[in-house]
Design a protein around this ligand. Structure first.
Ligand code: HEM
Ligand SMILES: *[C@@H]1O[C@H](CO)[C@@H](O)[C@H](O)[C@H]1NC(C)=O
Length: 366
């Protein structure tokens, strides 16, 4: 049997399962009806019977779509109508000046969601916060979020959470480099807590085995398809040489380089990374384009992080790598689905949970 067609079938099956599960996400986070701004409130029954589910019945707001996700996806339509337009314009301004900010924003979002959860805890800038952790050392893009936040505070004071800004900014930055668009349910709140240890313990750094990666992802409610698909974010961006140095000369105490690196590529990396302070593209072939080349590189032993290359050799992940390498369109559509799932990790949205920061760097003081 042709291995690539069997892996494609395998992917199709999980793809279907995921499409179903993904469509269920927004319902979970739908509790923005407490806030009093939403026109659907007029359909609300007796407030005291506290039957929140009646609020989720599709309303008669026919100008708003899609019906089943009405409350979350429309969260800012009345509260801050230009929310997405402002973000989109700012993202383009910044990316046009420096496209490397796009991958950095994508990584920032990932680190935020894997630290405590998607709650903008990564943005808090105080002693001992996630942002000060070793795992956060090379994170960038904070100034983009600050700039967007300032503009939004100007237009819609105390309305748009830093968490929603970070997710939407990441999405638009991905689209700007040729990646997919995905819809985001809004209304998530910002945390008042951020602890460096969370970042160092919960964010994988590239030295892990696949079992351990799967455990990291599973602990966030994500699984093997999300792992392989989201690792495809490494189709853009770069790593510090420091992060891969250990593969190049004395891998795991063998006195030799990691044998899973292509010989020519290894030679290139050794020259490129003579100085630990340098950077190297994660996707050796098309570093500026959001495409599926990342997976094709893995097939050529040109994965830059060992966690990338291992996805190709581990039997739990290799069929998915093969399928994504063969079908760029599946990678793009599934990347959007998995990113929306990532944005839903451990969010703060219940009554009294979190706050809407006025400055993403600091919690509000009262
Ligand atoms: C699967 C586990 C993952 C590991 C072990 C991992 C590890 C890393 C490492 C070590 C770097 C380079 C850091 C440096 O030295 O500068 C990096 C960069 C990057 N990561 Fe990941 N990552 C993972 C998953 C993800 C996910 C899920 C995303 C986003 C959806 C992502 C997006 C990125 C991007 C875009 C960059 C480039 C950043 C830049 O150019 O500034 N990574 N990652
Ligand atoms: C994977 O890594 C974990 C954590 O470092 C370790 O406990 C485990 O033994 C490793 N598993 C394999 C199969 O190497």
């Amino acid at each position: 049997m042709n291995p690539s067609s069997s892996s494609f079938l395998f992917l199709l099956v999980i793809f279907l399962v995921y499409s179903i599960s993904a469509s269920a996400i927004p319902v979970i986070g739908d509790n923005d009806v407490d806030e009093g701004f939403d026109p659907s409130k007029k359909l609300e029954g007796d407030k005291d019977n506290n039957n929140e589910f009646t609020l989720k019945v599709p309303t008669l707001e026919l100008d708003d779509l899609p019906l089943d996700d009405l409350l979350s996806f429309n969260y800012y339509h009345k509260r801050c109508p230009d929310f997405e337009a402002i973000i989109n314009r700012k993202v383009h301004e910044w990316i046009n000046k420096d496209y490397t900010l796009a991958p950095s924003l994508l990584r920032l979002h990932f680190h935020d969601c894997f630290g405590r959860g998607c709650d903008a805890s990564i943005l808090l800038n105080h002693e001992g916060s996630e942002r000060t952790a070793a795992a956060s050392k090379t994170l960038r893009g904070f100034e983009v979020i600050d700039d967007i936040k300032a503009e939004l505070e100007n237009k819609c004071p105390k309305t748009v959470s830093c968490t929603d800004i970070l997710s939407a900014t990441t999405r638009d930055a991905t689209v700007a480099l040729g990646g997919p668009y995905w819809s985001l349910p809004y209304g998530r709140k910002d945390s008042r807590i951020s602890i460096a240890k969370d970042a160092d313990e919960l964010v994988p750094m590239g030295h892990e085995n696949v079992t351990s990666l799967l455990e990291f992802f599973q602990s966030k409610g994500l699984n093997v398809l999300d792992l392989v698909v989201l690792s495809g974010a490494h189709t853009i961006g770069r790593t510090s040489c420091e992060s891969i140095q250990y593969r190049l000369y004395n891998y795991k105490g063998t006195g030799k380089p990691d044998s899973s690196i292509d010989a020519k590529y290894l030679n290139f990396l050794q020259r490129k990374c003579r100085w630990g302070s340098d950077y190297v593209d994660l996707d050796a072939t098309t570093p500026r384009k959001f495409d599926n080349m990342y997976y094709k590189n893995l097939e050529k032993k040109m994965g830059l992080l060992s966690t990338d290359q291992l996805l190709y050799s581990d039997p739990r992940t290799s069929p998915i790598v093969g399928a994504l390498a063969d079908t760029p369109s599946v990678f793009k559509s599934q990347f959007g689905v998995s990113m929306a799932r990532l944005a839903d990790v451990q969010i703060l949205s219940g009554k009294g949970e979190g706050e809407i920061r006025t400055n993403c760097n600091y919690v509000n003081s009262y």
